[in-house]
Design a protein around this ligand. Structure first.
Ligand SMILES: [Zn+2]
Length: 199
């Protein structure tokens, strides 16, 4: 027996999400059918709004409704420090800590020869441009994850920036090797920033 088309389509949609297989997609689809009409409507609206109303900040690459984002637009933040992270979720994790008041730059990925990802595939050019155009920035804190790709990316960026005279630092290894910033607790992140070292 085949599912009626509306539910088959819904199952197909859920299947497009990461980590969701046939079984889970089917369960979610049937769950959706049983949801309140109003919940389904607000769910579908949230999906469309997240896609239509959000874009990336032209300065830092963070996700935002306004451009520049609220962090870049906030002149009370320390304009001399920029933390470089792999993804938007890392900005959220660091902001939750409430101890850092500088700026960010989101790479949207890391260098990965295996996946064929080079410097032109992540947000590095915009970082270099940003540094050339903004002489208030005195320190770049490299907060890519403690994975081989994260380390290689940090090394690459520090070499790229060195000639400009801007200090580049790397988070201290309170973070376990292979660990992701987004999953680190606030105290660990705080200590990692506190103990950062020049590279
Ligand atoms: Zn921004």
């Amino acid at each position: 027996m085949q599912y009626p088309e509306p539910i088959a389509k819904l199952i197909d949609s859920y299947l497009k999400l990461p980590g969701i297989g046939e079984k889970t997609a089917t369960r979610l689809a049937f769950y959706t059918i049983d949801m309140d009409q109003s919940d389904v409507v607000s769910f579908s609206k949230a999906l469309i709004s997240a896609k239509n109303d959000l874009h990336y900040c032209k300065i830092c690459g963070n996700i935002t409704e306004s451009d520049p984002c609220a962090i870049c637009a906030d002149k009370s933040r320390d304009q001399s420090q920029v933390i470089v992270v792999e993804q938007v979720k890392d900005v959220m994790a660091l902001e939750k800590m409430r101890e850092y008041h500088g700026l960010y730059h989101v790479l949207h990925g890391v260098l990965s020869p295996i996946e064929g990802k080079g410097p032109e595939d992540i947000n590095i050019t915009s970082l270099v441009k940003r540094l050339q155009q903004n002489d208030a920035i005195k320190e770049i804190i490299l907060a890519t994850n403690a994975t081989p790709e994260g380390e290689a990316t940090a090394t690459y960026i520090s070499r790229l920036i060195k000639p400009s005279g801007i200090v580049t630092t790397r988070l201290a290894h309170g973070l376990a090797v292979g660990s992701d910033i987004e999953y680190a607790d606030e105290m660990t992140l705080f200590k990692a920033i506190e103990g950062r070292q020049e590279i």
